[in-house]
Ligand binder design. Structure first.
Ligand SMILES: C[S@@+](CC[C@H](N)C(=O)[O-])C[C@H]1O[C@@H](n2cnc3c(N)ncnc32)[C@H](O)[C@@H]1O
Length: 412
């Protein structure tokens, strides 16, 4: 076998192994999506990466801002599969994607719609559009167009669409996306609810109301440089800069008051709220982000800083802030076990700053309320699209801003 044929065998094997891994985790159920992922060579979309990197189940960054932050990437393959499962594209569909990036997901959409369908994908930077076009051409996709523009405006020229998918994070849901959907269409969007807590929603119009027919925990790099830009910032919360808090421009956060909050004395409130090792705390995090006006915000830190914060760092440490006070979640191994004898972890809250003790206690009480009264309940989501809507919250229901409308979150 010559070298080219040997390399080809390797990428085919790596691709199959990746797809099998995603399917084994339960994120790939639809045969057509599995076939598309097996067929489309991801390495052609990330030519700067090695074949091994192209078929690792991780994001591949392709562009960075001046401060080093990644602003374009090929999404993690598991997330790609999960969102395609949410979208359920059919042959012949007309599909719009916002966030072309490498063009890989648009290529998969091109395979799924087939020769009778078409795909339009939009990105905001010229170099990314050029790159995506050339990757799609290299992969032989003729039914995908790549357009330069602000994705928040959609692409009215080819509307209406049977499916619209944002592969870029949005805070609200731009009206253009809803307006450009065909009757019976579906919109999938990774939407930041409040703080850093996001879910990928699958919206459909049911009797005049936009309801989410399913959602998954999922967060994306945000929309930038356009009418719905959701700019984020990373503010230092340790004097040596080793720990930072992710915030968004719409959040009123007092960065100066928080500059060294982690260095201030701490108090810990343990909650008796227990989780299994691999159990996701996503619903508890959603509850907290709805219950505190700052939302729950991700803290970034290097390993060194994480060791200073707690003994058993909770991997996506998340914090609530009020003025110059911060309270973040931690976990420790519990002495309790599941009935099957498996380990359990207990969540706690660490408070720092002038009112650290009080805030930690209040976050603890909120977690206990969720655990006692809401854990395991079904949660539903509805989008109110009118600006200045005055929907009132009531018991079991939260209303959060989702410009230009609101998101209603019901714990049934
Ligand atoms: C996670 S990447 C998308 C991955 C892509 N679908 C793929 O398969 O490679 C997010 C993309 O959204 C783009 N983006 C950010 N703001 C945008 C905007 N206002 N309009 C269109 N695209 C935008 C970024 O440039 C980036 O390429």
């Amino acid at each position: 076998m010559n070298d080219d044929r040997a390399a080809q065998a390797t990428d085919v094997q790596l691709r199959r192994a990746l797809v099998d891994e995603i399917a084994a985790e339960g994120w790939l159920r639809t045969p057509a999506i599995k076939a598309a992922m097996e067929m489309l060579p991801r390495h052609l979309f990330v030519p700067g990466a090695s074949v091994e990197q192209a078929y690792a189940n991780t994001t591949v960054d392709i562009k960075h801002a001046d401060d080093g932050l990644a602003i374009s990437c090929a999404s993690q393959p598991t997330v790609v599969a999960m969102m395609l499962e949410q979208l359920q594209v059919e042959p012949g569909h007309n599909v719009l994607e916002l966030g072309a990036g490498t063009g890989y997901n648009a290529g998969l959409l091109g395979k799924l719609v087939g020769p009778t369908g078409r795909v339009t994908t939009v990105d905001v930077d010229d170099d990314l559009v050029t790159g995506a076009r050339s990757h799609l051409a290299a992969a032989g996709l003729g039914n995908v167009s790549v357009v330069l523009g602000d994705g928040a405006l959609g692409h009215p020229a080819d509307a209406p669409y049977d499916r619209i998918v944002a592969t870029v994070g949005a805070h609200g849901v731009p009206r253009a996306w809803l307006d450009q959907l065909a009757p019976g269409g579906r919109l999938v969007v990774p939407q930041r609810i409040r703080g850093s807590v996001s879910r990928s929603f699958s919206y459909e119009n049911r009797s005049g109301t936009w309801v989410s027919i399913g959602s998954q925990m999922n967060s994306f790099m945000p929309l930038r440089d356009g009418v719905a830009a959701d700019d984020r910032d990373f503010i230092p919360i340790a004097a040596d800069g080793s720990v930072r808090l992710q915030t968004y421009s719409t959040q009123p956060v007092d960065a100066a008051a928080l500059a060294d909050v982690i260095d201030q004395p701490r108090s810990i409130a343990w909650t008796d709220v227990l989780f299994r090792g691999k159990e996701s705390p996503e619903w508890m995090e959603l509850w907290l982000t709805c219950s505190f006006s700052s939302g729950l915000n991700r803290m970034t830190s290097n390993d060194e800083a994480a060791r200073l914060l707690v003994d058993d760092p909770y991997p996506s440490s998340a914090a609530v802030v009020e003025n110059g006070t911060l309270a973040y979640l931690v976990r420790r191994l519990s002495r309790h076990r599941t009935p099957e004898g498996d380990k359990l972890w207990e969540f706690g809250v660490v408070g720092h700053g002038p009112a650290g003790d009080d805030l930690a206690q209040r976050v603890r009480e909120s977690m206990r309320t969720w655990n006692r009264d809401y854990r395991g309940r079904e949660v539903s989501f509805e989008l109110r699209i009118h600006a200045h809507s005055t929907t009132a919250p009531y018991e079991d229901r939260f209303v959060v801003e989702a410009p230009p409308g609101q998101l209603l979150i019901d714990w049934h």
